[in-house]
Design a protein around this ligand. Sequence first.
Ligand SMILES: Cc1ncc(COP(=O)(O)O)c(C=O)c1O
Length: 385
Amino acid sequence: MSSAQRLIPLVSDTESQPTAAMRIAIANAEVGDEQRGEDPTVNRLQARVAELLGKEAALWFAGGTMCNFVAIKVHTQPADAVIADWMAHIIRAESAGVAFSSAVHVEPIVSERGIFNASDLRAALGRLRTTPSPYAPRPKLVCVEQTHNFGGGAVWSLGELRAVSNLAGAEGLAVHMDGARLLNAVVASGTSAAEFAATADSVWLDFTKGLGAPIGAVLAGSRDFIAEARRYKHVFAGAMRQAGIAAAGCLHALDRHVERLADDHANAGRLADRLGQIEGIRVRTPAPETNMVFFDPSGTGWSNGAFLAELAVRGVRMGEVSGEIRAVTHLDVSRADVDTAVAAIAAILKTSPVAGPIAKSSGYEPDLHWRQTCPPIPCPPTPAH
Ligand SMILES: Cc1ncc(COP(=O)(O)O)c(C=O)c1O
């Protein structure tokens, strides 16, 4: 795409493109048969992630959704119960895949930012155990998401994770951490990846979000857990051949793209701050902890669809999640892009609001994939400026 056509890509950090240097690392990758455990680049990446997360072993996957499916499969038996936050990616955005692949019940905990506490977990366990066994579902696993995507890129503190993990352990439940953006949490909090990961029995990292690689996620846990995960990865047809081509991009990202996540967080903060100064826009994440900004423009008279379509006409792509607009910063979004996006929004709001369906003339279908049927997440009042 020429720069004249470039749309500022704020729909998701998954839109990030491999850099020129990453493409060179990919082109030069040493490769072998991953399915046989013989790809040297994949093996190097697995060892590196196991060390980073303080786990005995790690296993390469094409993406994070399969890490969740395989981990949940290893931790549970059909008809077991998994406890997760109500906005968890496994509930909202994985096509009920855990019901299909693991035949489990998922018990949701309602929280505000995707972060629950030990008493929320105790209450969920109480709900599951109101009837005596064998009628009651059998809770086996707690899933946490670090950072929490639909919770606004929220970061679990180490204390919050430890409290939930300790109770889970005392109740005989395992803990699985969806760490799609764990390194954003590390950079934002200063807590190490290993400290966060120590609160979970299984944990994975995604390389295709803010880290900017095109393919790859790595799941980590005990040696026995990973041996079983390898079996289910094959069952789910996830084993590959010369996957080092992709793993090389992930190693490159680990070396070069971690500390810079702080820039994405600063850019998200700048965007939230500027949007909060615009009358009629209610920002749910006025002080984003990481790289996501959620806001509601309905106070301006614009419908989400028309707003997104008009924004695209002016060179900016954002998406809609649960009735709100979501903007996600990443390595292809600069501080200047944030300012351009804010200027585009200000210009739109000077025109007459279009409250109806998406303007057909724009030729742009805002990310309908992200239109979710769940109720909008309640916004706290926007602080006065
Ligand atoms: C929190 C979370 N978990 C899991 C996933 C799925 O990861 P992947 O797209 O690599 O399958 C995503 C993707 O956006 C995510 O945000």
